[in-house]
Design a binder for this molecule. Structure first.
Ligand code: BG6
Length: 495
């Protein structure tokens, strides 16, 4: 249920994420009628702006990046939305900023029921603590039920700093008030993995080590580091993508069925998967983890620069822009089934998919030569783009003799449904409603750090000798192919 009165405060309200994702998502929610009638959206940032300046910033964001074009003459919707916008300029390390924020929020709040307040922290990690302190001292987080904070990733820089941040947060506020966001969990295709697995009888009985040979999770991007070199240099692909997005996908593929679709129940089942991931021994890191950095190359018909030549990147940078891992989940269901994860920037195509490769049939009774093209069954969950699910199986090729041929059954979102909402729309609405199911609990984030920490440590101790080691427009370093070849497997060419 959406509370009747909501005040949403965007720290970093004048920033990049607000412009690209948050404001367009809020406007789209407004257009769809999902926001409560009494809603205020208050931007907080250092930039010198007044309410009008913030409204122009928001209009520009919604116009260029929202799903609905806001400003045609007949469009009353934008005016109604614009009326809900306000801006507080200030330095979040200063207590007086929070005093002014509280005064503004109180003045905007309608008489009657106290509003729900959602504080969205789209800021650099070092500002999280000062903001939480400022909000607490201004008594803006006193109401455990009606006030919450949403924290953008990266949540910590490693296991130790994530734990320290969690300790600070729980000293001041209740864990139930903290919404750690991983925007992949808001993607419809990612949420659909639960529906697909647990609302159908067909797949779950074969979803285990008896029938599954291995699983591949690929998140490939064509973009380079863009203008985010300053952040990315200190992060790299393992922190930026694997610790959060890819491990969350792994959880959804591997988790046990929840008893109820409730926040803690779903999160318990997911954290069980991470706890079952076999810890990577320091002396095995080189066998199960591969890093890469893109060099220059050709992509989309144009020459693109090497990572080391990107703005705000050290010309001798050792930051990885590609990471691949082999993980094993030590529990009954997944005993002996490897999960191969890979992600990289400047890959040939933007594609994210989860491939479940089933085992071969135990006995092939077909005549000699019939099954030359035979392939084991594979289920591909396509997360983006061309969202859908594809099941590969064998068919008889029409003709006088028995010849097997792989074919595919395909479900396309576009054919079945209308345009799905953006991930940030889903997650913002959930934060407004106070539904934490799709957000990360402290133990999930920390356990995910535990999984990658041995690799982070090993990589920090031994700088890569051969960076760059893959050309832009290719599928990553040769070492990643060797890692699978060692197991007698290879990466699938994405569909
Ligand atoms: C972000 C990462 O979390 O996810 C970016 O910081 C990455 O580096 C982005 O580009 C990918 O998100 P999407 O939704 O485009 O797959």
């Amino acid at each position: 249920r959406v509370p009747p009165t909501v005040q949403l405060v965007l720290f970093g309200g004048g920033g990049d994420l607000a412009h690209r994702k948050l404001v367009p998502a809020l406007y789209d929610l407004h257009r769809e009628g999902h926001l409560p009638a009494e809603v205020d959206v208050v931007g907080v940032d250092m930039a010198e702006m007044d309410d009008g300046g913030f409204a122009s910033f928001a209009c520009d964001a919604a116009t260029s990046l929202g799903r609905f074009f806001p400003k045609d003459a007949a469009n009353q919707d934008w005016d109604a939305f614009e009326e809900r916008l306000a801006y507080v300029q200030g330095d979040v390390t200063q207590a007086e900023t929070f005093e002014r924020l509280r005064e503004r929020l109180d003045a905007l709040a309608p008489d009657g029921e106290a509003p729900h307040r959602v504080f969205y922290l789209s800021v650099a990690p070092f500002l999280v603590e000062p903001i939480v302190r400022g909000l607490t001292e201004a008594h803006l987080l006193d109401d455990i039920v009606r006030s919450r904070i949403v924290i953008e990733k990266p949540f910590g820089h490693d296991l130790e700093s994530a734990r320290a941040l969690d300790r600070t947060l729980t000293e001041t506020i209740d864990e139930s008030q903290v919404y750690r966001i991983d925007h992949y969990l808001g993607k419809e295709t990612v949420q659909n993995m639960l529906a697909f697995r647990f609302a159908n009888v067909l797949f779950e009985p074969i979803w285990d080590a008896r029938y599954v040979d291995h699983v591949q999770i690929t998140v490939a991007e064509t973009v380079g580091v863009e203008h985010r070199g300053g952040y990315y240099e200190g992060a790299g692909a393992l922190r930026d993508m694997v610790q959060n997005h890819l491990l969350q996908l792994l959880c959804l593929v591997a988790m046990e069925p929840p008893v109820a679709f409730q926040a803690d129940e779903v999160r318990n089942k997911k954290v069980d998967v991470l706890r079952a991931v076999r810890p990577i021994a320091p002396d095995r890191v080189h066998e199960v983890a591969v890093r890469g950095q893109y060099g220059s190359g050709f992509l989309g018909g144009a020459e693109v620069p090497a990572y080391r030549a990107e703005p705000n990147v050290d010309p001798h940078s050792t930051t990885e822009t590609y990471a691949a891992l082999k993980l094993e989940v030590d529990n009954w269901r997944w005993h002996g089934v490897p999960f191969y994860l890979r992600t990289g920037k400047r890959m040939p195509r933007r594609v994210s998919e989860v491939s479940v490769q089933f085992r071969p049939v135990p006995h092939r009774a077909f005549p000699a030569g019939a099954d030359e093209a035979w392939q084991p069954n594979r289920l591909v969950i396509r997360i983006q783009p061309d969202e859908g699910i594809v099941l590969r199986f064998q068919a008889k090729r029409p003709g006088p003799s028995m010849l097997l041929h792989p074919v595919a059954m395909r479900f396309d979102y576009d054919d079945a449904f209308e345009t799905p909402p953006e991930a940030y729309e889903t997650l913002l609405l959930d934060a407004i409603r106070g539904d934490a199911t799709l957000f990360m609990r402290a133990d999930q984030v920390e356990t995910a750090w535990e999984v990658v920490q041995p690799v982070l440590d090993a990589w920090a101790d031994s700088p890569p000798a051969e960076f760059p080691n893959y050309a832009s427009g290719t599928w990553g370093p040769a070492a990643a192919d060797r890692m699978l070849a060692h197991d007698g497997r290879s990466w699938f060419e994405p569909l």
